[in-house]
Design a protein around this ligand. Structure first.
Ligand code: 0X9
Ligand code: ZN
Length: 297
């Protein structure tokens, strides 16, 4: 019942979360996990009882501001889960946390001023360049990078960014309970798993291959979209301080970054006319991953 023909602003997403929790208060609730660098409330939608007895699944989108298809995918995921909750018996055995906009300051900036903005909007000492790459600011194999003007600048220390530390806080709070972490990004149609800091695969990489294959097959059935599944460093490039590496380091069973389809002139600016087909096909893949968690745990 929502409009998936345009990219939603941060306030539209927030209004929608509020609306859902009013209409479906018995199934879901929202929680403000903290505040971004510029003071925006970072809200999560939570589905389930969170009484400690069930596996927790954690989705998060738009740590990179310009990757607009990611929060739309998260919103569609939220809608499908909440509206159809009662017809998904298996989902009732899982607790689900979704942060649709992990970098709200950057997301707003990309809407209002600069379409291709990626980083946070924090001020760097001794530099006029703004922002830290949230996906280089996590504490596993983090490295000091020298140039604050770089698009992949990791900050002066891990977790300098509220946006990254709020994600860490979720791992802390549900320590040993989170069985699946999905970072939604764009673009390139990849299902990536750790490690990203070296050409070495995470110990249980075969489980990641199984989950990735189930995701990709379910997506492919819808519109024929193909995904590449593999180790992040091998498939993409080496880097340090990634959220999915941190998740695996914290002991989350399955940790993945999904690079959704691209389009437009720069890849990140996929046209709004493609939102519907991407969010629908991706939902089929994500639902399949939830089935995996429900089966295994
Ligand atoms: O470079 C990134 O942060 C991600 N790609 S993006 O184009 N969305 O910026 C990839 C992260 C993949 N994960 C690891 N390399 N660990
Ligand atoms: Zn990204």
């Amino acid at each position: 019942f929502s409009d998936f023909n345009h990219f939603w602003s941060f306030s539209e997403i927030n209004r929608y979360l509020t609306h859902l929790t009013i209409q479906y208060g018995d199934i879901c609730h929202t929680e403000t996990l903290g505040f971004s660098g510029e003071g925006r409330a970072m809200r999560a939608l939570k589905i389930g009882s969170f009484d400690g007895s069930k596996p927790v699944v954690f989705f998060e989108a738009a740590l990179h501001a310009r990757e607009w298809i990611a929060p739309m995918t998260a919103v569609y995921l939220i809608e499908q889960l909440v509206v159809n909750y009662n017809s998904h018996r298996e989902l009732q055995d899982i607790d689900i946390i979704i942060i649709p906009v992990t970098n709200p300051d950057g997301y707003e900036y990309s809407h209002q001023f600069q379409r291709l903005w990626r980083k946070t909007r924090s001020v760097n000492a001794n530099s006029t360049c703004i922002g830290v790459d949230g996906n280089r600011n996590f504490a596993h194999e983090w490295r000091l990078s020298t140039n604050p003007c770089s698009e992949t600048y990791g900050g002066v220390a891990p977790f300098t960014e509220r946006e990254a530390s709020i994600v860490r806080d979720v791992f802390d709070r549900y320590d040993n309970q989170i069985k699946l972490y999905v970072a939604l990004h764009s673009y390139g149609q990849y299902f990536l798993y750790p490690w990203g800091y070296d050409f070495v695969k995470v110990d249980n990489w075969e489980d990641h291959e199984i989950v990735g294959r189930r995701f990709a097959d379910a997506v492919h059935k819808v519109n024929g979209t193909s995904y590449t599944i593999g180790n992040a460093a091998i498939e993409l490039y080496i880097g340090f301080g990634y959220s999915d590496d941190y998740s695996a380091f914290r002991g989350v069973d399955i940790s993945t970054t999904i690079e959704l389809p691209g389009g437009g002139s720069y890849g990140f600016d996929i046209p709004a006319s493609r939102i519907q087909s991407v969010v629908k096909e991706t939902w089929m893949g994500l639902e399949e991953m939830l089935h995996y968690v429900a089966e295994v745990h």
